[in-house]
Structure formats: structure tokens, C-alpha cells
Design a binder for this molecule. Structure first.
Ligand code: HEC
Length: 122
């Protein structure tokens, strides 16, 4: 009788041991997943540019149309826009749009920071 039950007992013990091991493994992974998520959170925080970082703001809101290096694309090049327009005029374009360029891509305070930075690009 005892001998016939032995295989079942060892399978049960094996199962219990496996459960414990897998739980530990899962806990370990949960920590890693949490850490990875926290890492991602930091990455998105870094991706959102500060209000006083004109280059970051332009990269986030403008390069899709004006080119990665402001060389132009759908919109005209901005690499030398300072030689054509004043900071005030640039802020005006950003706030009010111009033809196919949409208005209000960034809020006016950021537009001011961007305009001052772009006006230096001559
Ligand atoms: C959806 C595409 C698009 C986005 C995004 C965009 N622009 Fe434009 N932009 C244009 C187009 C198109 C023009 C040309 C408008 C015209 O025909 O007068 C333009 C024109 C301009 C001009 C005038 C340039 C000149 O020589 O007259 C400035 C300055 C400018 N954009 C700045 C920006 C800034 C700064 C941002 C980011 C906040 C931005 N744009 C985002 C499409 C875009």
C-alpha cells in the first residue's frame, strides 16, 4: 500500500517545490518589471522638454515638419530663420499659425522661449 502511494507522494512534493520556486521566480520578475516600468517613467519624463529648454521644445513640437536639423520638410527651413524674422514675428507664427502651419502647437510662454532661440539662428 505504502509503496503504491509513493509515486503520488513524490509527484505531490515535486509539485509543491515547483510552486514555491515559480512563486519566487515570479516575485523576482515582478520586481524587475516594476523597475523597468520606473525606468520607462523616467524616460518619458526626460522626453517631455522643460519650458525653458527651447531646443527640446522644438524637437518635440516642430521638427516633424521643419526637419530634425531645422533643414526644412513640410515647413520651410528654420536653421536661418533669424535672418528673415524677428523673435516677435516668429512668436506670432507659432501662436497664430501661418497658412498650413497650425496655430497653438505650444502654449504662448513656450512660444516666446522658442522664438527667442530661433531668432538667434541666422
Ligand atoms: C504641421 C506641420 C508644422 C509644424 C508641426 C510646425 N510648423 Fe512651422 N510651418 C509649417 C509650414 C507649412 C510653414 C509655412 C507656412 C506658410 O506657407 O507660410 C511653417 C512656417 C513656420 C515659420 C515661418 C518661417 C518663414 O520663413 O516664414 C516659423 C518661424 C515656424 N513655422 C516655426 C515653427 C515652430 C517654432 C514650430 C514648433 C512650435 C513649428 N513651426 C511647427 C508647418 C509646421
Amino acid at each position: 500500500m505504502k509503496n503504491r502511494l509513493m509515486p503520488f507522494a513524490s509527484i505531490a512534493i515535486l509539485g509543491i517545490v515547483l510552486m514555491v520556486v515559480v512563486s519566487y521566480w515570479g516575485l523576482n520578475n515582478a520586481d524587475k518589471m516594476l523597475a523597468a516600468q520606473e525606468g520607462k517613467g523616467q524616460a518619458t519624463e526626460q522626453a517631455a522638454p522643460a519650458a525653458d529648454d527651447p531646443e527640446g521644445l522644438v524637437k518635440a513640437s516642430c521638427v516633424s515638419c521643419h526637419g530634425q536639423n531645422l533643414e526644412g520638410g513640410v515647413g520651410p527651413e528654420l536653421a536661418t530663420v533669424g535672418s528673415r524674422l524677428s523673435a516677435e514675428q516668429i512668436a506670432n507664427v507659432i501662436n497664430n499659425g501661418q497658412n498650413t502651419m497650425p496655430a497653438g502647437m505650444v502654449d504662448p510662454a513656450k512660444a516666446e522661449v522658442i522664438a527667442a532661440w530661433l531668432a538667434e539662428h541666422k
